[in-house]
Write a protein that binds this ligand. Structure first.
Ligand SMILES: Nc1ncnc2c1ncn2[C@@H]1O[C@H](COP(=O)(O)OP(=O)(O)OP(=O)(O)O)[C@@H](O)[C@H]1O
Ligand SMILES: [Mg+2]
Length: 312
């Protein structure tokens, strides 16, 4: 058997998790961040998501300054305006005079109107975290398809629009990091359903067009096939024929037939990935009688472990 090289190795500074909205990006990114921290790398999990003030799974505040979650694991929400003030503080003399201006409504109005400005500032902060911070690795719980594709365009568009100066220099550095297969790896998450699959293909195409390192597609919430198609048919036949079955037995048969039919429809939804010869990694649907974050992250993490076959 040919042994595949692991997709993620210790040189990877930036791991990007993206996909359609709601496919499990936040859960998968958090589980990857835990694996990375457990392997000994000082890891920061980064989001741009402004919906929650606390991380939905890790139960820590989401702030610009990375917040320690566990040994070697921190979480942060990157914000364009904080990134600009930080940049100004570091690079401009007397920057305290501008501090108020950067936080002002006027500046916010300008920056929100300038296309790509916020995205570029956020990418700049990601760049700094990945290349020039106490962290060995950034796991980026990235925005969903549309916004993500826009993010990918921003450094190139900026470098073309502004041909000299620090903006050009920074955009190029960010672009170099994103396109460097040894430092950056993209994981696209999907569900085994038509629309997420279509969006995942779109993202993979966009990444490949830029020659980014990408794959395998994470097929989240996979239902494992409880019985084969033939066994499911036999069970259904039994259910139809036998009137004397006790209620729990009849319910168990109906449940396994239903799971078999979901598994079959998931299988056929994945056909486009097979046609495009994309590698897939199944992440099972975790079923819990009582919600327990730790167990959820551990179960998902063990399915992600093969990505990091060298321990990192
Ligand atoms: N494999 C799984 N097993 C059990 N629950 C899951 C699994 N994957 C995701 N979930 C749950 O589904 C919900 C949505 O997942 P999550 O928030 O990670 O998606 P998302 O892609 O980040 O969504 P958004 O695009 O809105 O940010 C969460 O409650 C998450 O815990
Ligand atoms: Mg999310």
């Amino acid at each position: 058997m040919i042994q595949r090289m692991p997709d993620i190795h210790s040189s990877h500074k930036l791991i990007i998790v993206t996909g359609k909205g709601g496919v499990g990006k936040t859960l998968l990114a958090a589980a990857l961040a835990r694996l990375s921290a457990d392997s000994g790398l000082n890891t920061v999990l980064v989001t741009l998501d402004t919906r929650d003030d606390r991380h939905p799974l890790l139960d820590v505040p989401l702030e610009y300054t990375p917040y320690q979650v566990a040994p070697r694991l921190a979480a942060s929400r990157v914000d364009a305006f904080e990134a600009v003030s930080e940049y100004a503080r570091k690079t401009m003399p007397f920057s305290m005079f501008y501090e108020g201006f950067f936080k002002s409504g006027t500046f916010r109005d300008f920056a929100t109107a300038a296309p790509g400005f916020e995205d570029l500032m956020c990418l700049g902060k990601l760049y700094n975290l990945a290349t020039d911070s106490e962290f060995d690795r950034v796991i980026f719980d990235a925005p969903a398809t549309g916004h993500f594709r826009q993010l990918l365009e921003v450094p190139r568009v900026t470098a073309r629009a502004v041909q000299v100066g620090p903006l050009n220099h920074n955009a190029r550095k960010i672009q170099d990091l994103l396109l460097d297969a040894d430092r950056t790896h993209v994981l696209v998450a999907s569900l085994a359903e038509e629309m997420p699959v279509r969006e995942a293909l779109e993202i993979v195409d966009a990444c490949r067009a830029l020659r980014m390192s990408v794959g395998p597609v994470l097929i989240n919430r996979r239902i494992t096939r409880p019985v084969s198609a033939a066994e499911a048919a036999a069970l259904k036949d039994l259910l139809d024929r036998e009137s004397g079955l006790s209620e729990p037995v009849a319910a168990a048969i109906a449940a396994s037939a239903q799971a078999a039919s979901i598994a079959a429809s998931q299988d056929s939804a994945l056909e486009p990935f097979r046609l495009h010869r994309l590698r897939m990694l199944d992440i099972p649907q975790v079923v819990q009688s009582r919600f327990a974050v730790d167990e959820l992250l551990t179960a998902v993490g063990s399915s992600l472990q093969p990505l990091m076959a060298d321990g990192h």
